[in-house]
Design a protein around this ligand. Structure first.
Ligand code: IPM
Ligand code: MN
Length: 359
């Protein structure tokens, strides 16, 4: 099978972790006789430096013409503390989400039994946590009308949701719950916000079409607490753009390292896959960043192309390394490998015909 993949390495550690994911994909290609054609394009601060735009037209075009997008990370500290910067790297990511119609961001949180001690939570709370956040990604307060008074005396951001924006992600999340433990928790602030009340209304209505799925509701402040108090209670968490942004960062540390968590953004056009960690500029070029989240994002990408066995082999390779106690420094592993060494080892394992899938 031949597939076209747009690769957007981006900023900071983005390029080095994405490169390891490409090695894994190429190894999958060798083993299963597929050919992945990569089209590299700029995004974020790197793109601003080269073209003045955080999402050049050519980049969006490359994504539109691809079967999937592999994304690294964006962000550069030189923009972070300038509230008056006109162009920011993050605008590239937001424009990409809008341009590709990526309305659903899917962030699974799974744990690895030999890494439980890395979690800030007690091991009994973390063991067997398996949840996934469905975050609405192209609406709400991120994309509503906004403005600031010239004299800086006020500013506003509008949170607006249209019924159909809620409907489409709700259907996705319920369908996904069917393949899991069949529970959806809608997280909102319906005691205060009108658009949260619309979410409840729409989700409740649609849930009648999914009688096999248990639906419950939680206010976002309570959900933030429950996530650390008893994360096992969650299966599929369905929520709006900003609540999902915040809760998914919180949920990401439950597993012990952000460097292990992949994500998928899907919608109207090409789907995009990216590690949930950011650009971690302090580590760029030092060969210490964990490429596993990027490599596992490549596994999600393969799932989206219905290459399920191929995705399984990648996940098995990552799990095997972790079980051997091998990892990048932030995992405090028994044996420390650098970014490149992890990528090479995983690619090597995948390509090895004797490397069997575990389950
Ligand atoms: C994320 C990031 C982005 C967001 C930023 C970089 C715009 O935090 O993907 O979660 O807020 O959505
Ligand atoms: Mn975020």
């Amino acid at each position: 099978m031949k597939k076209k993949i747009a690769v957007l390495p981006g900023d900071g550690i983005g390029p080095e972790v994405t490169w390891q994911a490409i090695k894994a994909l190429d190894a999958v290609g060798d083993r299963f006789d597929h050919y992945f054609e990569y089209c590299f394009a700029d995004v974020g601060a790197t793109a601003i430096d080269k073209t003045g735009s955080p999402l050049p037209d050519l980049t969006l075009e490359a994504c539109m013409n691809a079967d999937a997008v592999l994304f690294g990370a964006i962000g550069d500290p030189k923009y972070d503390n300038d509230p008056n910067a006109k162009v920011r790297p993050e605008q590239g990511l937001l424009a990409l989400r809008k341009g590709l119609g990526l309305y659903a961001n899917i962030r699974p949180v799974t744990t690895y039994s030999n890494l439980l001690h890395l979690s800030p939570l007690k091991e009994n709370k973390v063991k067997d946590v398996d949840l996934v956040i469905f975050r609405e990604l192209t609406g709400g307060i991120y994309f509503g009308e906004k403005g600031r008074a010239e004299d800086n005396s006020s500013a506003f951001d509008t949170c607006l949701y249209k019924r159909e924006e809620i409907e489409r992600i709700t259907h996705l999340s319920f369908q996904h719950a069917r393949q899991r433990r069949k529970k959806v928790t809608l997280v909102d602030k319906a005691n205060v916000l009108e658009n949260s009340r619309l979410w409840r209304h729409v989700v409740q209505e649609l849930s009648t079409g999914y009688p096999d799925i248990e639906l419950d509701y939680m206010f976002v402040d309570n959900a933030a607490m429950q996530l650390i108090q008893w994360p096992k209670q969650f299966d599929v968490v369905l929520t709006s753009n900003m609540f999902g942004d915040i809760l998914s960062d919180e949920a990401s540390v439950i597993a012990g390292s952000m460097g292990l968590l992949p994500s998928a953004s899907i919608g109207l056009h090409t789907s995009m896959f990216e590690p949930i960690h950011g650009s971690y500029p302090q580590a760029a070029g030092s060969d210490i960043a964990n490429p596993m989240a990027a490599i596992l994002s490549a596994a999600m990408l393969l799932d989206s192309l219905e290459l399920f066995e191929e995705a399984k082999v990648i996940r098995a390779a990552v799990t095997t390394l972790l079980e051997k106690g091998i990892g990048t420094p932030e995992l405090s592993p028994r044996i420390t490998y650098g970014t490149t060494q992890i990528g090479d080892t995983i690619a090597h394992m995948i390509a090895e015909p004797d490397f069997m899938i575990k389950d």
